[in-house]
Design a protein around this ligand. Structure first.
Ligand SMILES: C[S@@+](CC[C@H](N)C(=O)[O-])C[C@H]1O[C@@H](n2cnc3c(N)ncnc32)[C@H](O)[C@@H]1O
Length: 370
């Protein structure tokens, strides 16, 4: 049985451990602050000290190459830039990364720390507020609101349900995705490079590949080791299974800081302001509500965090009028947007610095959390 029950005894031990860890963390934090204040001499202000929203918890250290030292960051934040543009999500190895999809309270983890498949598979998660538990099914962690429900069944719109099919999930990287090139998509390698350019300021932080499908880009992000953690997230169970099948063929990805999570883009299981970068490849047109999704992405991004998405445009400025009218009719009920609509949406969700690249029906757009 791999289910994790929070029995009273283990809960008592767990609480004791958590309290001890909290004290240790507070002591370490006090030391760090003392060093930071002395190294930044007169101009240290507590409001400039980089505060992770969940800093009070105990988190083991990320790999040294990607580790952010609070001491060094505190000093440089004071000396160089305002807090918002330097603060990166620095706690990637514990329960803090994931939050309850119901109340957004950080989940408590019982099991090994780490944002990798093995650690997450062997862990149980619990929201102390909602008293709900979450664990890995197959090889992904199910963080949907409907996780574990027995009687309630929810059917999403066809454009979401289509990708839950085992056949579509299997075919996706075996011909389906390649077809996108005919509409102007440059292809995964080029799209990855373009996205990486936009994500420059998020390097070393936590990247969430929303609607990752079979993990075409999540695998590239993880393999590049540009981020301290990558979360491959999708609503489709079969896409995530397919993603795992691809991952296990490459040891360097299998052992990287990559997590597989089932979640709805309209209910992302992360605390507000805890994510450094969100990628959503060829996804916006599949979402049941693009406005809820973009609002949710904006909520989870930290200040300075970057959102990069690609999708099919309904039409572009060069599409002949007659063709536009036809497309308006045919594509009714789908979320194929125009470029103006995408920009409008990002702006209305509080994102700034919008820019985009268009090629036929393909658009790659980016926007930033101020
Ligand atoms: C066309 S695939 C894109 C896959 C990959 N990102 C790419 O660039 O090729 C769209 C993905 O959106 C996912 N999706 C649809 N509705 C979703 C939702 N409500 N929440 C999260 N993912 C969703 C589907 O399961 C599917 O895997």
């Amino acid at each position: 049985m791999r289910h994790h029950h929070f029995h009273t005894k283990s809960k008592r031990n767990y609480n004791a451990l958590t309290n001890a860890n909290k004290q240790k963390q507070r002591r370490r934090l006090r030391n760090d602050m003392a060093i930071a204040s002395s190294s930044s001499s007169c101009c240290y202000q507590s409001s400039l000290f980089p505060k992770h929203p969940l800093l009070s918890r105990n988190y083991p250290n990320p790999p040294s190459r990607l580790r952010f030292s609070p001491t060094v960051r505190a000093t440089s934040a004071v000396a160089l830039q305002p807090e918002s543009s330097t603060k990166k999500s620095q706690s990637l190895e514990g329960s803090e990364v994931f939050a309850c999809p119901v109340c957004y309270q950080p989940l408590i983890r019982k099991g090994p720390a780490g944002l990798n498949l093995r650690a997450i598979y062997r862990s149980g998660f619990k929201c102390e507020k909602c008293e709900k538990t979450y664990s890995s099914k197959d090889n992904y962690l199910d963080l949907t609101v409907i996780a574990g429900l027995k009687d309630y069944v929810e059917v999403k719109p066809a454009r979401t349900e289509l990708f839950r099919s085992p056949l579509v999930s299997f075919l996706y990287e075996r011909g389906w995705r390649q077809n996108f090139n005919r509409s102007g998509f440059p292809g995964p390698d080029k799209e990855f490079k373009m996205a990486q350019e936009y994500f420059k300021s998020s390097e070393g932080g936590l990247l969430v590949d929303v609607s990752c499908g079979s993990g075409l880009f999540s695998r590239k992000f993880a393999k590049a080791r540009t981020y301290s953690g990558v979360v491959a997230l999708d609503f489709s169970e079969n896409m995530l299974r397919q993603c795992y099948d691809f991952i296990k063929q490459d040891d360097s990805i299998l052992t990287s800081n990559l997590a597989l999570v089932r979640a709805d883009v309209s209910r992302l299981p992360f605390s507000s302001g805890s994510v450094d970068a969100v990628h959503a490849g060829a996804a916006l047109h599949c979402w049941p509500s693009p406005s809820n999704a973009v609002a949710e992405i904006s909520r989870t991004l930290r200040s300075g965090g970057v959102f990069v998405g690609t999708t099919f445009l309904r039409y572009t400025s060069s599409t002949p009028l007659i063709q536009r009218a036809l497309r308006e009719r045919i594509l009714q009920g789908y979320s194929y947007l125009t470029e103006e609509e995408i920009k409008d949406l990002c702006t209305s969700c509080g994102l700034t610095n919008y820019s985009s690249k268009v090629q036929q029906s393909f658009i790659m757009f980016t926007a930033q959390k101020p």
